[in-house]
Design a protein around this ligand. Structure first.
Ligand code: C2E
Ligand code: CA
Ligand code: CA
Length: 459
C-alpha cells in the first residue's frame, strides 16, 4: 500500500512540475510560447549536428504604435489587442512555423524548413498585412503596424542565438529608418546600430562639455525685406569626431530622451542671444518628444523668467507628427503657450496630411511651408498653384504664412505676390553664429533689405 502511495505521489508531483514547466514556458496573456521557450527550442537546434544551408530563419516582429494605444486607451485595450493579434498570427503560422511572444509588443517566428529565407519573407509579408488590419476594441477602432526583421542561415552555419540577435537587429534597422517595413539582416545594420550607440554616448558627453552651439537663420518680412525674426538651429561644431548635421543627431536624441536637455539648452541660449535685438522675434524648434512632456510648459516658463525674454517675442515651431498622435495633448499644450503670450507655428507644412482648416482649430498662428514644396516653384507650375492656394486659405483663417527654403529671387517674388508674409532661406542668409547675425541685422547696407529678391546674402 505504502509503496503504491509513494508512486502515486511521485506521479502527482511530476504532473505538477510538468504543469509548472508549461506555465513557465507560456505567455500568460496570449497562451503562446514565451521567450524562454523559444530560447530553449533554439538551444536544442544549436545542438543539432549536420547544419544545412538555408534551413532555418527567425522573423522578429515589433508592433508600431502599440505604446500610444496603451497610453490613449488603457492597458485593458492594449491586452485585448495583443490577444486578438496573437490568435490571428497563430492561425497564420499553424503548421508552418513556431510563433512566440517574446516581449510586450514583440513576437518571433521560427521557421525550420529548406528554403527558409524565402518562406520567412513570404510569411513576414502575410503577417505584416494581418497586423495592419484595424481591430474593434471597446468600441474603438484600433490599428497598429509592424516593423519586421528576418535572419536566416542562408550564408552559412550560424548559432541559433545569433539568428535571433540578427533578426532583432534587422527589426531595429526598420524601426529606425521609417518603420512599417520588412528587412533581411545585413552586416551594415550592426554597424549602424553601433554608430547610433556611439552617437548616443557622444551627445551625453557633448552636453556636459559644452560642445553644442546655436546658429540663427534670418526670417525676413516678405514686402520690406527687413529681418524680423531668427530661427534658432542647433549645431555641434565641437564634436571631437567632426561636426554632424542636426538631422542625424536630433533623431537619436529624440529616441534616447536627450532631446529634453538639448532642446532646453537651445531655448535658453537663443533667448539670451536674441534678447538685445529688441525688434527681432525668436523661433525655436520643439521636437514632438518634448511636446508630449507635460513638464515642457513649466520649463519654458522658467527659461523665460531666467532670461527675461518677453514671451510675446517667442515662437515655438512644431511638426505634424505629434498632432496626429495626440490631438488632445497638442491642443492643451498650444493653449498653455498661447496663454503665456507665445505663438506656435506648424513647421514643415505640406509634408503631412493635415488640412489647413484643421490647423486653425489647433490654435496655430503661423504655418511654415516646407522647403520641399518650393523645389518646383516657378511661374505656372503645379507647385505654385498649390502654394498660392494654401496661402490664400491660411490667410482667410487668420494664420500667417512663412515660407522656408527660399533660394531664388523668382521664388521670393512668387511667394510675395501670393500673399506670403515672411520668407526664410539661403537667398536671405544661411544659419549663422550670433555675432554674424547681429552684424547682418545692424548693417542694412550689407544686407538685402531694400531688394530682398535681387541680392544673395554672403554665405
Ligand atoms: P527645420 O526646422 O525645417 O529647419 C530648417 C532647415 O532648413 C535647416 O536645416 C536650415 O539650415 C535649412 N534651410 C534653411 N534655408 C534653406 C534653403 O534655402 N535651402 C535649403 N536646402 N535648406 C535650407 P538644419 O539646420 O540642418 O536643421 C535640420 C532640421 O533639424 C530642422 O529642420 C529641425 O527639424 C531640426 N533641428 C535643428 N535644430 C533643432 C533644435 O534646436 N531642436 C529641434 N527639436 N530640432 C532641431
Ligand atoms: Ca523649423
Ligand atoms: Ca521646416
Amino acid at each position: 500500500m505504502s509503496r503504491r502511495d509513494l508512486r502515486n505521489r511521485q506521479q502527482e508531483t511530476e504532473k505538477l512540475s510538468e504543469e509548472n514547466r508549461q506555465i513557465a514556458l507560456t505567455d500568460a496573456l496570449s497562451g503562446l510560447p514565451n521567450r524562454r521557450k523559444l530560447l530553449a527550442r533554439l538551444d536544442r537546434l544549436e545542438d543539432a549536428i549536420g547544419d544545412q544551408i538555408d534551413t532555418r530563419a527567425v522573423v522578429f516582429i515589433d508592433l508600431d504604435g502599440f505604446k500610444q494605444i496603451n497610453d490613449a486607451h488603457g492597458h485593458h485595450a492594449g491586452d485585448t489587442l495583443i490577444c486578438s493579434l496573437s490568435e490571428r498570427l497563430r492561425a497564420l503560422c499553424e503548421g508552418r512555423a513556431t510563433l512566440a511572444r517574446v516581449g510586450g509588443d514583440e513576437f518571433a517566428v521560427l521557421i525550420e524548413a529548406s528554403g527558409a529565407t524565402a518562406l520567412a519573407l513570404a510569411l513576414a509579408q502575410t503577417i505584416n498585412d494581418e497586423i495592419c488590419l484595424p481591430v474593434l476594441v471597446d468600441r474603438h477602432v484600433l490599428q497598429v503596424g509592424a516593423s519586421i526583421g528576418i535572419a536566416s542561415n542562408a550564408d552559412g552555419a550560424l548559432r541559433a542565438h545569433e539568428l535571433l540577435r540578427r533578426a532583432d537587429t534587422a527589426m531595429y534597422h526598420v524601426k529606425t529608418s521609417g518603420k512599417g517595413d520588412i528587412a533581411v539582416y545585413d552586416v551594415a545594420f550592426d554597424l549602424g546600430r553601433m554608430w547610433r550607440l556611439t552617437i548616443e554616448n557622444e551627445i551625453g558627453l557633448g552636453l556636459s562639455q559644452g560642445e553644442f552651439e546655436v546658429a540663427y537663420q534670418p526670417v525676413v518680412d516678405a514686402t520690406s525685406g527687413a529681418i524680423v525674426a531668427a530661427e534658432a538651429l542647433v549645431r555641434w561644431p565641437r564634436r571631437p569626431g567632426g561636426a554632424l548635421d542636426p538631422d542625424q543627431f536630433i533623431e537619436i536624441a529624440e529616441r534616447t530622451g536627450q532631446i529634453h536637455p538639448l532642446g532646453l539648452f537651445v531655448l535658453e541660449r537663443a533667448c539670451r542671444d536674441i534678447l538685445p535685438l529688441i525688434d527681432v522675434k525668436l523661433s525655436v524648434n520643439v521636437s514632438p518628444v518634448q511636446f508630449s512632456d507635460p513638464k515642457l510648459v513649466r520649463q519654458v516658463a522658467h527659461v523665460l523668467e531666467q532670461t527675461r525674454f518677453p514671451a510675446a517675442r517667442l515662437q515655438l515651431e512644431i511638426t505634424e507628427g505629434y498632432l496626429l498622435a495626440h490631438p488632445e495633448g497638442a491642443i492643451r499644450a498650444i493653449r498653455s503657450f498661447k496663454a503665456m503670450g507665445m505663438s506656435v507655428a506648424l513647421d514643415d507644412f505640406g509634408t503631412g496630411f493635415t488640412s489647413i482648416h484643421y490647423l486653425q482649430s489647433y490654435g496655430f498662428s503661423h504655418i511654415k511651408i516646407d522647403k520641399s514644396l518650393l523645389a518646383g516653384l516657378h511661374q505656372g507650375s503645379k507647385a505654385s498653384l498649390l502654394i498660392t492656394g494654401a496661402i490664400y486659405l491660411a490667410n482667410g483663417l487668420d494664420m500667417r504664412v512663412i515660407a522656408e527654403g527660399v533660394e531664388t529671387a523668382e521664388q521670393a517674388e512668387l511667394l510675395r505676390a501670393a500673399g506670403c508674409h515672411k520668407l526664410q532661406g539661403f537667398l536671405f542668409g544661411r544659419p549663422m553664429p550670433i555675432k554674424a547675425f547681429v552684424l547682418a541685422f545692424r548693417d542694412p547696407t550689407g544686407w538685402p533689405r531694400r531688394e530682398p529678391h535681387r541680392r544673395l546674402a554672403a554665405h
